[in-house]
Ligand binder design. Sequence first.
Ligand code: B4P
Length: 187
Amino acid sequence: MPLGMVILGRQGSGKGTQAVKIAESLGVIHISTGDMLRAAFAEGTELGLEAKSIMDAGDLVPDTVINGIVEERLLKDDVKQGGFLLDGFPRTVGQAEALLSYAENDLCLALNLDVSIDEVMTRMLARGRDDDTAEAITRRLELYETETAPLLSWFTERGILKVVDGNGTETEVFGRLMEVIEEILGK
Ligand code: B4P
């Protein structure tokens, strides 16, 4: 059965950074909703142009839009064969429910990268992406608390949440994540 995992965490916690390394190490397909939205903007599609203003304001793209994009991606052959690591999805309970409706059998692990608000602020301001303005960051962190943090108990109830300390160097955090993954996979 293909392996299905999600990585959660505050914006700027390093989900994207670590997801690339994990996917490479395990040979699963890395699916970043943030990257998909930024690619859609770079291509000038209607979706991309709409998403850009939402992202710049620090808001969340509506569930109906993002759920459709993810479902379509999960149906591709590479994912069906290789498994997936979702990065930045789900971000709301509505997204998590949609995910279970199309990938329940494959989903075996939800990793939460735990980094303090002060640390993510520092990292995002240093990163300097278009949507890393002080106002947008504040809005994203507020939305994380109201929309995304409830997912932690949601995944705990399903017995698949593992919390990993996201402080320290990229290599240290990667080591901690792989230790948890290998334990779950029984390696
Ligand atoms: P994302 O692209 O998912 O970006 P992010 O959450 O801001 O960053 P991430 O946690 O991946 O951190 P990174 O590795 O870059 O989302 C962007 C926007 O897209 C959202 O705000 C939203 O509008 C929209 N969106 C995406 N998915 C959505 C969904 N499902 N529903 C609705 N809307 C959605 O790391 C951050 C920085 O820290 C980097 O500069 C990195 O180099 C640095 N860093 C990483 N690890 C470090 C370490 N250990 N030490 C020091 N620095 C580190």
